[in-house]
Ligand binder design. Structure first.
Ligand code: 5RP
Length: 240
């Protein structure tokens, strides 16, 4: 079967991720359309007898997981998360991600940071040579939001990004609000030559609650392609 549409390729990646889920695991449940395919497929496995506990990365993921019949726990109530399966807006082959297209990157990052393993699932258009084509999501406090956005633009310029235009998602009339009650802005970087440097600079801005660069948090990619799903993992120790 050929995965003709982007959604087919998202589904192929999501279904492949089921191979990484085993009985007894605590599983972080990502947000977005690709993660939704995974949550629904995982729900079917649970109905068939798989015993896992889910930890949702957003209100939307929680609703979907409940509908799918997945037992849930709060992150604070579990000792660790075994694996998180989440979508991404962009990924490179160093397992660096841009996330937050669905405005959920703050909670997604908290869950990923507590996970022993995180696998990002995506269609093949999202695997890039260099991060930055997708505008970088920023969650910012409503207080002095314009000032925070200006500092973020300055940080992008200082980090050597091709662009540094920041806009409020949804505009002034209908600003996007995160599950945490904060604003979402998008930083058009064009290309990000130094993702680690930009991440460090953005993290140092007061009022910028979280940016969508995931550095050192993701351990593998599953990329849906027309002919199937490709698993990309770092070489095993000793095999480099
Ligand atoms: C939400 C995210 C999503 O995982 C990301 O936007 C990908 O979404 P989709 O699978 O719908 O393309 O980071 O904050």
């Amino acid at each position: 079967m050929t995965n003709n549409t982007a959604d087919d390729r998202k589904r192929a990646a999501a279904l492949k991720a089921l191979d990484f889920i085993h009985d007894g695991m605590i599983v972080g449940l990502g947000t977005g359309s690709t993660a939704a395919h995974f949550v629904k497929a995982l729900g079917a496995k649970v109905k068939a007898g798989l015993r896992i506990t889910g930890v949702a990365t957003s209100a939307a993921a929680e609703t979907l997981a409940i509908e799918a019949g997945i037992p849930l726990a709060e992150l604070d109530a579990v000792p660790h998360v075994d694996i998180t399966i989440d979508g991404a807006d962009e990924a490179d082959r160093s397992f660096r991600l841009i996330k937050g297209g669905g405005a959920a990157h703050l909670r997604e990052k908290i869950v990923a940071n507590t996970s022993r393993r995180m696998i990002a699932i995506m269609d093949d258009t999202k695997l890039v040579e260099s991060l930055g084509r997708f505008p970088l999501p920023l969650e910012i406090l409503p207080f002095a939001a314009r000032t925070t956005m200006r500092h973020a633009a300055d940080a992008a310029a200082a980090a050597g990004c091709a662009g540094n235009f920041v806009r409020l998602r949804g505009g002034d009339a209908h600003p996007a609000i995160s599950d945490n009650g904060n604003l979402i802005a998008d930083l058009d970087c064009g290309t990000i030559p130094d993702p680690e440097g930009l991440a460090t600079a953005l993290s140092a801005i007061p009022g910028l609650v979280e940016h969508g660069l995931f550095i050192g948090l993701c351990h593998g990619l599953i990329v849906g392609r027309p002919e199937g799903a490709e698993v990309i993992e770092p070489p095993a120790h000793g095999a480099e």
